[in-house]
Design a protein around this ligand. Sequence first.
Ligand SMILES: NC(=O)c1ccc[n+]([C@@H]2O[C@H](COP(=O)([O-])OP(=O)(O)OC[C@H]3O[C@@H](n4cnc5c(N)ncnc54)[C@H](OP(=O)(O)O)[C@@H]3O)[C@@H](O)[C@H]2O)c1
Length: 331
Amino acid sequence: MTDVPVRRLGALAVSAQGLGCMGMSHAYGASDDTDSIATVRRALDLGVTLLDTADFYGAGHNEELVGRAVVGRRDEVVLATKFGFANRLGEPTRIRGDAAYVRQACDASLRRLGVDHIDLYYQHRVDPAVPIEETVGAMAELVRAGKVRHLGLSEAGAATVRRAHVVHPIAALQSEWSLWTRGLEAEIVPLCRESGIGLVPFSPLGRGFLTGRYRSVDGLAENDIRRGQPRFADGNLERNLAIVARLDELAAARGVTAGQLALAWLHHRGGDHDDVVPIPGTRRQRYLEENLAALAVALSPEELATIEAAAPPEAIAGSRYDATSLTFVDD
Ligand SMILES: NC(=O)c1ccc[n+]([C@@H]2O[C@H](COP(=O)([O-])OP(=O)(O)OC[C@H]3O[C@@H](n4cnc5c(N)ncnc54)[C@H](OP(=O)(O)O)[C@@H]3O)[C@@H](O)[C@H]2O)c1
């Protein structure tokens, strides 16, 4: 165990950085279960407690994988999973948040994870056809039944967060937040802070792009979702690479990697509030260790300003999702 600091997501205590497990089954090409399980277990050895999965990732495969990885170590782990996508990847998106679906999805997740409770249960996307009071009401029943400990939302807008929090305390909002995606900062971050809701930035490395590892989509698997994302498209990619080149220079001057700089910047957004818990995703122990080391990178106010000036929102080329996926983001 190392001394990874503890942060709070509402009433839930978690390691200051979690591990995103999505890529072990979904979205970024083929993976190897043995390596993935070793990475999860190494994360626990290093003091990471928060593991992030979802029923959607690999159509259940990711939850089964995480469940296998935590056998014998359940008590060390804060298990976070999500429901809401009723389709499989590649099929037309179908979001469901009705009470019957919430109950059914939770039982299926518990079965796949092989556990008797989920520590943090998120609605993955808000169902516009169902009042949030119904969805969160059903999630609250799961808490009362002992199947779930804490509740979260993902990509929910401010009005939804406010209404949900009245029905049952929301421990965490998991939404995209990184140096190239900062839409949360104006309204959502202050709202969460004043409501005692923790923030879990997903894709904190810009789906790996901010590490400088991806210079083109040519090496990506045919089914890698980044091939369809506007920021990786021809024309936009080149402009975004110019931003990464500046981050690389700043990182080199500090003796760290660009990815560590991007994560350290996010950690500093939590300031003294201790309520920001990024969940960088990786299948590899090497990257896990590199990413965790970002917690030790202290940045001065001047350095934070320089980093932000290197990646101004108006310079980011392309939207974070394609037009269809953006319609499932609540605002
Ligand atoms: N709520 C939502 O709607 C939502 C959406 C997306 C993601 N998420 C969650 O957030 C987690 C993280 O997001 P993400 O995986 O999309 O993006 P990310 O964490 O920004 O980036 C992950 C990508 O970066 C690569 N990577 C990680 N560390 C690296 C390093 N130090 N150097 C070079 N490359 C590195 C990974 O490669 P390898 O895998 O090859 O190691 C992977 O391709 C997911 O695992 C998932 O749990 C939630």
